[in-house]
Design a protein around this ligand. Structure first.
Ligand code: NAD
Length: 258
């Protein structure tokens, strides 16, 4: 993959998929802003891991839905590493919620992080990208947005479907400026997020059930997503925009697949 002297900002990169994306981009020679919300020590460890392999990175704390904090993050990354050419909107939260429940606070949290938390960082970097006539934006959606059948994920799915629409609309708006906007829809990836509101037994049962439903007969690894993100973020992917790349091992259990 080709990356010409690029700088990236990866949100929610202290662990999980975001960390794998940060490490992968750094391995490709990209300077990386490692955003975190609360895990400063883990984010710093990612920065040190990158530095120990000869890469350049800086840890930057900000809630992705907070405009002022994200503006400060962008300013810090650009001052220390250079203009941001690549934005990976990875930060996201998953909360289980059934139709019968009316916990508006939970719904608002998912909207704030998963939707507003995509729009705010894009707004913060897009002016510079437009001026330079180059940009790569990669948003993390989910196969939940395609209509999977996993119980309790309906409202999370709705927030990730919004990410798909925003991806296509922003791609339309930003294409003339040399900026691509794509999304990745990961399947089930073994990270901390899958432990939310589940017991160990439930997670293990889920792992084997999901593996059976995937054509590749396994659950995903953060590195599977990082590979797709790196490609979409690379110079090579300049004619790919407004796309949602599903990385799920070939799941066969979508509602609309019967
Ligand atoms: P994770 O919980 O391990 O990591 C998410 C990261 O985002 C965490 O470091 C968290 O602190 C950070 N974050 C959350 N809210 C934030 C905020 N407001 N500001 C800044 N950072 C914030 O989850 P993951 O599995 O690595 O998921 C990464 C992305 O991939 C998410 O958008 C998630 O919805 C999506 N995804 C994950 C799976 C999966 O199976 N793991 C499947 C589909 C989509």
């Amino acid at each position: 993959m080709t990356f010409q002297n690029r700088t990236a900002l990866v949100t929610g990169a202290s662990r999980g998929i975001g960390k794998a994306i940060a490490l992968r981009l750094a391995g490709e020679g990209v300077a990386v802003g490692v955003n975190y919300r609360e895990r400063a020590a883990e984010a710093q460890a990612v920065v040190e891991e990158i530095a120990s392999r000869g890469g350049r990175a800086v840890a930057v704390g900000a809630d992705v839905s907070d405009e002022a904090a994200v503006a400060a993050t962008v300013a810090k990354v650009e001052a220390e590493l250079g203009p941001i050419d690549i934005l990976v909107n990875n930060a996201g939260i998953f909360r289980r919620m059934e139709l019968g429940e009316t916990d508006w606070e939970v719904m608002d949290q998912m909207q704030r992080t998963n939707v507003r938390g995509v729009v705010v960082p894009i707004r913060a970097v897009v002016e510079g990208m437009r001026r330079r006539g180059y940009g790569r934006i990669v948003n993390l959606s989910s196969i939940a947005a395609h209509g999977t059948s996993m119980a309790g994920t309906t409202f999370y799915a709705a927030s990730k479907a919004e990410v798909v629409v925003l991806t296509r609309r922003f791609a339309l708006e930003l294409g003339p400026f040399g900026i691509t906007v794509n999304a990745i829809a990961p399947g089930f990836i073994a990270t901390d997020i899958v432990w939310v509101d589940r017991t160990r037994e439930e997670v293990e049962r889920l792992f084997s059930t999901i593996a059976e439903k995937a054509m590749m007969r396994r659950v995903g690894k953060p590195e599977d997503i990082a590979a797709a993100a790196a490609f979409l973020a690379s110079d090579d992917a300049g004619f790919i925009t407004a796309q949602v790349i599903t990385v799920d091992g070939g799941r066969t259990d979508y509602i609309n697949h019967g």
